[in-house]
Design a protein around this ligand. Sequence first.
Ligand code: AQP
Length: 327
Amino acid sequence: MKRVFSGVQPTGNIHIGNYLGALKQFVELQDENECIYCIVDEHAITVPQDPKELKKHILDVAALYMAIGIDPKKSIVFVQSSVSGHAELGWVLNCAANTGELFRMTPFKAKSQGKQSVGAGLLTYPVLMAADILLYDTDIVPVGNDQKQHIELTRDLAIRVNAKYGKDTFVVPDGRFMKSGARIMALDDPTSKMSKSAPNDHSRISLLDEPSKIKKSIMRATTDSDGIVKFDIENKPGVSNLLSIYSAFTGKTVEELEAEYDGHGYGDFKKDLVEVTVNALAPIKERYNEIRESQELIDALKDGAERADAIARKTMERVRDRFGLGL
Ligand code: AQP
């Protein structure tokens, strides 16, 4: 059995980019692997958070994990800050990382926007992400395409530490990316990725959006003026993005969809995509409402934290020993 690890930040409502790029894989993988799924609250505080909102979002994400089909009896589901090994290994790996490689990370460049001084967490959180993964001797990390650079950093750090402290200090993990849905773009601007924190609510579809909101967001999604449903990222990024979403929800290939909508305008195509999206999200929302306020959710997270901590402690004993830390 392979070990799988991934996480989502509790920074707002999970959108279909998070779902189609990462979370859908979480469910697919849990039958044949030992899966560990985390709510990475320590990552969320790299930017200012309202403490009450953050606590609420942690439970929102946990309930969404379960609502999409993650079974806490099969997989370990827990909150990152309940296992102290993440922060501890994060520090150890900070001492193995170089500032040069961290300054090169695209999300850091985007979020710091060339400012003289930003929170140090924005620079070092990819190292914490590496710690999250390496702490569990992870083989596979299911994530969206935007995380490729962070997975490369994780691999580099593992290989570097193994070369210096012994080749079995860390398992060197691989990223796992979806064929369709790996990078869902913003509906109002198909040149930037769909994001929880973008100011325009119609740039994304959140998993808990009402059907009327989904309809509005899709019907007003940016396309182009030639009216042909065809996948062409360079010249038709908006239509290509909608085709990727349609394909990821239905399992139909882009070619099948192009043939189906040959001779139809964008109106028919978008109307059908609204239906597909509403139908795919309805059962998730129903299950979410059942579980969000339940004791079952809290119990699952407590149990998950204990199981995760037991694995993390073993890794930290090995790491402390290899690095010569402690008595
Ligand atoms: N647009 C996307 N398309 C495909 N996959 C995506 N992911 C994020 N956006 C897209 C994947 O979702 C997982 C969880 O992401 P996250 O919440 O940990 O962080 P993020 O990438 O920073 O997500 P957002 O939505 O863009 O949040 P904000 O606005 O808070 O920064 C990851 O596997 C990610 O690849």
